[in-house]
Design a binder for this molecule. Structure first.
Ligand code: ADP
Ligand code: MG
Length: 153
């Protein structure tokens, strides 16, 4: 499924729409170039989960944690130097007790959960983005199908 966004707020709204469909144990991987809107999307996701603080880019701190209906763990692997650091973050354990969302999964594809919902962000023009949902595994398929229904109805 591909969604079009015409503004940062619209990208947040897509994240907010996805939030109620998520539960502890779900994993979202956000791919796409710098400035494509991944962090903007996480802001909407956090809002949709009932977290009302701010969500920032994690340039130095790799992991952020936001307490809402379900705990949201936000990892940005952009500055990751080697895959071993990801093990140290304990991503696997985290993905059981909350929703895990990972920016720059390309940095460590081999150690991220095999079953996940990939959201690929593409820059179309200055304010326009395309978000493609690519589910891996039965649970991710279920989320993508529910999202498809949510946006069409
Ligand atoms: P990333 O995390 O992918 O590097 P960010 O979310 O931090 O990207 O930044 C996206 C940038 O693009 C912001 O400056 C935002 O204002 C801008 N932008 C413009 N249009 C959009 C859109 N439709 N969706 C998301 N961001 C957009
Ligand atoms: Mg970012």
């Amino acid at each position: 499924m591909t969604l079009r966004s015409a503004s940062p707020e619209e990208t947040r709204a897509i994240g907010e729409r996805l939030a109620p469909l998520l539960d502890a144990g779900d994993v979202l991987l956000l791919s796409g170039e710098l400035g494509a809107g991944k962090t903007t999307f996480v802001q909407g996701l956090a809002r949709g989960l009932g977290y009302d603080g701010s969500v920032s880019s994690k340039s130095f701190v790799i992991m952020g944690e936001y307490a809402g209906r379900v705990r949201l763990y936000h990892a940005d692997l952009y500055r990751l130097e080697d895959a071993e650091q990801v093990w140290e973050l304990g991503l696997e354990e985290i993905s059981r007790d909350g929703v895990l969302v990972v920016e720059w999964p390309e940095r460590a594809p081999e150690i991220l959960p095999e079953e996940h919902l990939m959201v690929h962000f593409q820059v179309v023009s200055e304010d326009s983005r395309e978000l493609s949902l690519e589910p891996r595994g039965a649970r991710a398929e279920e989320i993508a199908a529910a999202m498809s229904q949510a946006v069409s109805g």
